[in-house]
Unconditional design. Structure first.
Length: 279
């Protein structure tokens, strides 16, 4: 379920009987890309990672690379789950028992109502709670200046040295942070910072977006590290609120943020370091 929405994936963990294994699933759910991250990943793959492929094969190669990204997320989920089960969440693995319920005629209206009110509206409500203050913060950072620079530019400059170690830049890292309410706004924030527009904007075409990114120093290494960090980074605000609701613990919610973020930082640094060695 996490491939659709990580917050829904977290609530789906309720079906796991073992509290220990349920917690492991909750903590690692964010390591698979959700629908909010897929458009960004697909766009980056199309712009930077299939440029040298002849036109008829571009779609196939793009699909294969996207499949590789998905498999990478699944492998990271399994590896971190194994690590947690051997360390802080040690225990005896439970047996898998699947009980088939009695067959009944589907109650379509009841299913629709429960889906809307029990799941969709609750998730959307949490998203709105996170999005409104975040929108205000993004606008303030982009439009209020200290001296000759906006607060956004000051923050990106501050993050730039660390981001360079990860193969990114300060704008990309800041965009990940500001996209905490929703992963979908990552690219609009990047464009806002690069073009100094004072507000989020959408790109008209992939060619236009590619040119803007290249003009601001993006390479295929930047693209690879951005894709890696998009898979391995902190959950969105809605997912964090859902994790807290399911676990009733700030400790486990904080750990769900730290585990993928630390993993993503380490992997990006490794890829960036290898690029310098190889090239």
């Amino acid at each position: 379920m996490g491939f659709g929405c990580n917050a829904c994936g977290v609530t789906g963990c309720r079906i796991i009987n073992s509290p220990r294994e349920r917690l492991i699933a909750i903590l690692t759910n964010n390591l698979v890309p959700c629908n909010g991250r897929f458009p960004m990943i697909i766009a980056i793959i199309s712009m930077f990672l299939v440029g040298g492929v002849i036109a008829p094969l571009k779609s196939i190669v793009s699909a294969l690379i996207l499949l590789g990204v998905i498999i990478f997320g699944v492998c990271m989920t399994l590896l971190i789950s194994k690590f947690l089960s051997l360390t802080i969440l040690k225990g005896i693995p439970s047996s898998f028992v699947l009980e088939l319920p009695p067959y009944r005629k589907p109650q379509i209206l009841k299913v629709i109502v429960r889906s809307i009110f029990d799941r969709t509206l609750h998730i959307l409500g949490r998203a709105v709670i996170a999005a409104i203050p975040a929108g205000v913060i993004i606008w303030v950072m982009a439009n209020i200046s200290v001296g000759d620079n906006s607060i956004l530019n000051i923050c990106t400059s501050f993050l730039n040295p660390f981001a360079r170690l990860m193969g990114l830049d300060g704008v990309i890292l800041m965009a990940f942070i500001l996209a905490f309410p929703a992963n979908e706004i990552f690219i609009p924030i990047v464009l806002m910072a690069y073009l100094s527009t004072g507000g989020m904007m959408e790109y008209e075409s992939l060619e236009q977006l590619h040119q803007i990114l290249v003009n601001n120093g993006w390479t295929y290494i930047t693209a690879i590290c951005t894709v890696i960090f998009s898979v391995c980074h902190f959950p969105c605000a809605t997912t964090c609120m859902t994790i807290y609701k399911e676990t009733k613990s700030i400790k486990w919610t904080s750990l769900s943020v730290l585990i993928p973020t630390i993993l993503g930082v380490i992997m990006c640094m490794m890829v960036n370091a290898l690029s310098y060695i190889i090239l």
